[in-house]
Design a protein around this ligand. Structure first.
Ligand code: G4P
Length: 535
């Protein structure tokens, strides 16, 4: 390659990286994640009418995510990411299933995102699932923007919400705007840095952008509009905020120490435009990643990427498994040969796709921040690294310890091949793990999952995708531990009477317990035994 060509491609790579924004939205169910997503699409110009994402909400599994958008032009839809362009930026909104039983999928996605938006319901503040997801972001110090939603309903006092964020999440909340009115009197927001008042008008079902009037704080028209009492209250609140002096600092935000806070109403499109603009301005472009060879910069010429999600049977026509890869550095090109770090072999990227609902389109190129779907004939595991040039490995994507267990009964023994194939492929997706009791001759699989609903999904998918009828028998265990001790000592171990032993697919001994008390009892009784959390 000539020196000139190299330079051009480096600067192209730099500019593609700098215009990428890859983020996920985290929230407790019902706080408004789906509505906010929909409204971000509306304000980004990616859809003409809000309402398209709604249908996905009640779906139990990510399979059909974003399907409703299939008619919309210019949006690339996968079950892993939603890609659209906005004001010169390319946005990858990573999908995070809302229900807590699917949170393992969400946790993994949060490992590959560059920033996150935390949505809170103004009446409820921080809820249990917000807490959990926030802590996962914290692990990587992911920068978080906060959107306090549903200001059109009577909610908690804004200052007490900020206080709760600070006290419970231990992150500094910095209000970027301030709500004017609350509940039925919510009219708009005061933009703190621009020192402007934005008053929004309602539209039919919030399907269109809300009309906005911009005023100076001391504008006489504004005083007339708000009335003296409300205007006085607003001025006092702003003076109070000024005195509190919590100003935004980009470095602190990028380090995950502070979160800029925005108030609004996603359903009415109040405060959406300033929030979208802030997201583009503040959310970081793809940054460096820790690897076995130190930091990998996104602008590094050699390609690197990591598999973070696997989904079987996305397309009933093709019946294949798709592994979703987040691009970390370099440029992905169709047909390129990449090194599979775990298998230590080269793989040609012939079947790399971007999904448009049921349709799939070959990906010609992709850049850091993007998500590419690779048809996966059992080649990839979650966490695998792909790279060109120097061999590199990224940190594993952590697994979360299962808390629910059941026996899966195959009701159609003649279909044992489909049954085994189904289990194998669903295990590969990472939502369940399989164990086998050591004392059972029938070798029926014991499923272990982080969320109980996963079992229902397994039964439904085995039926619809593999044609096998199954049923589940719940087990009373709540935790599983790998039992590590020398083989000679194994026979002498005293197990609590209600615990049970199993082996995982690699043949490792796993003990199932009904409580932490049993785990501690077992450790006390058996010096020399190590019990390691299954993850
Ligand atoms: P989620 O994805 O976080 O679970 O939340 P989702 O957006 O589905 O919103 C949950 C409920 O809250 C929905 O009502 C939605 O319309 C409502 N909602 C979202 N944003 C706002 C807001 O800014 N103000 C108000 N008042 N409500 C909001 P639903 O009754 O469950 O569904 P639907 O009948 O409205 O579709």
């Amino acid at each position: 390659m000539s020196q000139h060509a190299l330079k051009t491609s480096t600067s192209e790579l730099e500019s593609e990286v700098s215009r990428r924004r890859t983020f996920a939205i985290i929230s407790h169910p019902d706080a408004g994640k789906t509505t906010l997503t929909e409204k971000l699409l509306l304000y980004a110009g990616a859809v003409d009418l809000a309402g398209a994402v709604r249908a996905r909400k009640n779906q139990q599994h990510a399979t059909a995510d974003w399907m409703e958008l299939e008619q919309q032009r210019g949006i690339s839809i996968t079950t892993a990411a939603l890609q659209f362009d906005c004001r010169g930026y390319r946005i990858n909104l990573l999908d995070t299933p809302g229900h807590q039983d699917f949170s393992e999928d969400t946790y993994r996605t949060l490992m590959v995102t560059d920033s996150a938006v935390m949505v809170l319901d103004s009446a409820k503040g921080i809820e249990p699932q917000t807490h959990k997801l926030f802590q996962v972001c914290r692990l990587r110090r992911t920068p978080i923007l906060t959107f306090i939603n549903k200001l059109d309903r009577p909610g908690r006092d804004p200052l007490s919400l900020l206080d709760q964020i600070e006290q419970e999440l231990r992150i500094g909340p910095v209000p970027m705007n301030w709500p004017i009115g609350n509940g039925p009197t919510f009219k708009g927001v005061y933009d703190i840095s621009k020192q402007q008042v934005l008053l929004f008008g309602r539209t039919n079902h919030g399907q269109h952008r809300a009309p906005v009037q911009v005023h100076d704080l001391y504008d006489s028209v504004l005083i007339d509009l708000l009335g003296h009492a409300e205007h006085k209250q607003l001025v006092e609140e702003i003076e109070l905020l000024d005195a509190a002096g919590a100003s935004f600092n980009l470095e602190q935000f990028l380090a995950g120490n502070i979160t800029p806070v925005f108030f609004g109403s996603a359903i009415n499109n109040f405060g959406l435009d300033p929030f979208l603009q802030a997201l583009l301005d503040l959310a970081p472009a793809p940054g460096p990643r820790v690897s076995s060879r130190g930091m990998v910069e996104p602008t590094r010429e050699e390609f690197t990427g990591q598999i973070f999600k696997i989904q079987a049977n996305m397309d009933p026509q093709h019946r294949d498994r798709v592994a979703f890869m987040r691009v970390y550095s370099g440029r992905f090109e169709k047909d390129m040969q990449l090194y599979h770090s775990r298998l230590q072999k080269k793989v040609r990227m012939t079947r790399a796709y971007r999904f448009f609902a049921r349709e799939r389109e070959i990906v010609e190129e992709a850049f850091p921040g993007d998500v590419v779907g690779l048809a996966n004939p059992g080649l990839f595991n979650i966490g695998d690294t792909l790279c060109s040039g120097q061999l590199i490995k990224f940190d594993d994507i952590p697994r979360f310890a299962p808390e629910h267990f059941c026996i899966l009964h195959n009701q159609q023994i003649s279909k044992y091949k489909q049954f085994n194939k189904g289990i194998e492929q669903l295990v590969e997706e990472g939502a369940i793990q399989v164990l086998f009791f050591t004392d059972s001759l029938r070798k029926e699989p014991v499923l272990a999952a982080v969320g109980e609903l996963q079992f229902d999904v397994v039964v439904a998918r085995l039926d619809s995708e593999y044609g096998v009828a199954t049923s589940i028998e719940r087990l009373p265990f709540t935790c599983a531990r790998w039992a590590l001790c020398s083989p000679e000592k194994q026979a002498g171990i005293v197990w609590p009477s209600r615990s049970k032993l199993a082996r995982d697919r690699e043949g490792r001994l796993v003990a199932l317990f009904s409580s932490d008390w049993e785990v501690n009892f077992c450790l006390e009784k058996n010096p020399g035994l190590t019990l390691q959390e299954l993850g």
